[in-house]
Design a binder for this molecule. Structure first.
Ligand SMILES: Cc1cc2nc3c(=O)[nH]c(=O)nc-3n(C[C@H](O)[C@H](O)[C@H](O)COP(=O)(O)OP(=O)(O)OC[C@H]3O[C@@H](n4cnc5c(N)ncnc54)[C@H](O)[C@@H]3O)c2cc1C
Length: 396
């Protein structure tokens, strides 16, 4: 069977790309190894940073996500050793959104399946690759000019194509759980604690639930191995301005992982193959960037390649355009990999963070950076550094 595009993996990245291509009039095969459209990723905190807000609105996903119970976060309070950075309402930082994957993944598949031109093929695991297409475990052969690997962190497509991996260590581990009736005590409608090197979060998870998560450095692993639940409760109880949980009901077990290295692959490894989402960049989960990267990289790829796929033009310049757009992610991923080493923060970083406590101009830039709503230069530039240093000198 012939298609314009074959997409392997019907989760965030794959569904997004399929929907974009289908809406542009292309014929798309969207293959997913799971049989049930309700299948979803469980290892995900599903907090989608504000930098993705515009893309979600443009794609028409924002309102359906709200209709399924998503929570919107307009401003995070950030605890630093020097006090809270309090979000200022109306400061132009785009809102984040959170919808559990048990709802998000089926919703995206529903939209994809209803898009003309998209054949959503559930229960099709890709096991072989050829320049003009893929082979599934049932022996089905499909052909297309472009194959897209949207098959996640362990990308089979990338492995089958012999694409190299750049793996970097992650020196933190992660556990979180959900509460009904939790009361937030910190500023904003969600909080992050930068405890250097540990990190913790308390965010609205949708449907009235609150997600409380801890991301300690690995030297604390033994403590959590001994009694995970007790170590988690102790950690949360000691958070300055942490949530009140005494009247709350914990509605899930602890979810998490003790090791999650960062993986990066060339997003355009062959003239007929592109990788999107985690298949291209599986970043450190702590700053909650992955879902946003999946939506955004899928949209960038579709935007770059739709023209040549429709009119039979050369795909190579289009893939180079996608590669250039992907540098936005690469730059943040470089910084994320340094942070994932869980080393004490550089003095300058501490100074900028401390300045954010008293200076709303710097606080806004910290928030734009944290929400991945602008390139890293929104924060990492000489103007911010000089202003932060002056504040630090004035403070004493
Ligand atoms: C502990 C943890 C917490 C996280 N928390 C957050 C967070 O709060 N916010 C955030 O933005 N990101 C978070 N992330 C990252 C986020 O989960 C991922 O970045 C995101 O799921 C990537 O989406 P994707 O569509 O690229 O891949 P995936 O969601 O992994 O989807 C890949 C799809 O491909 C299918 N597939 C795989 N192999 C094949 C095959 N051979 N044939 C057919 N189909 C196949 C899979 O079944 C799956 O449906 C977290 C990650 C971890 C590990």
């Amino acid at each position: 069977m012939d298609y314009d595009v074959i997409i392997v993996g019907a989760s965030i990245a794959g569904c997004t790309a399929a929907i974009e291509y289908g809406r542009a009039g292309l014929r798309v095969a969207l293959l997913e190894r799971h049989r049930s459209p309700q299948a979803h990723k469980t290892l995900c905190g599903h907090f989608i940073l504000g930098g993705t807000h515009d893309v979600l609105r443009r794609l028409g996903f924002w309102q359906p996500m709200l209709d399924r119970g998503a929570a919107v976060t307009t401003g995070l309070g950030v605890w630093t050793g020097s006090g809270w950075i309090v979000p200022t309402p109306g400061n132009g930082v785009p809102p984040a959104i959170s919808l559990r994957r048990s709802k998000l993944d089926p919703l995206l598949r529903e939209i994809a399946a209803a898009t003309p031109g998209v054949d959503l093929l559930m229960g099709h695991r890709v096991t072989g690759l050829a320049e003009t297409g893929v082979v599934t475990d049932a022996g089905t052969r499909l052909h297309a000019r472009l194959v897209v690997g949207a098959d996640g962190h362990h990308s089979t497509v990338a492995r089958l194509a012999g694409v190299g991996e750049d793996v970097a260590p992650n020196e933190r581990f992660l556990f979180w759980t959900y509460y009904e009736g939790a009361l937030m005590n910190g500023p904003g409608d969600g909080q992050v604690w930068q405890l250097d090197p540990d990190v913790a979060v308390c965010i609205q998870a949708g449907d009235g639930l609150t997600l409380v998560g801890v991301f300690p450095a690995k030297h604390r692993l033994a403590e959590f191995t001994e009694d995970r639940a007790a170590a988690f409760d102790r950690f949360v109880a000691r958070l300055p301005g942490g949530p009140s949980l005494s009247g709350a009901r914990q509605v899930s077990n602890l979810i998490g992982t003790t090791d999650y290295p960062c993986v990066r692959r060339d997003p355009t490894p062959r003239p007929w193959l592109a990788l999107i989402g985690d298949a291209a960049t599986a970043s450190d989960p702590v700053p909650a960037v992955g879902c946003g990267w999946a939506f955004r990289s899928a949209a960038w790829l579709a935007e770059a390649t739709t023209g040549p796929l429709r009119d039979g033009g050369d795909l190579r310049p289009a893939l180079r355009q996608y590669r250039r757009a992907h540098r936005f992610i690469d730059r943040y991923d470089d910084l994320g990999r340094q942070d994932a080493l869980a080393r004490p923060p550089a003095a300058l970083r501490r100074v900028i963070r401390a300045a954010g406590v008293t200076d709303p101009w710097i606080a806004r830039r910290l928030a734009m950076f944290g929400m991945r709503a602008a390139a890293p230069s929104v924060l990492l530039n000489p103007k911010v550094v000089v202003r932060a240093l002056l504040r630090s000198r004035l403070a004493g």
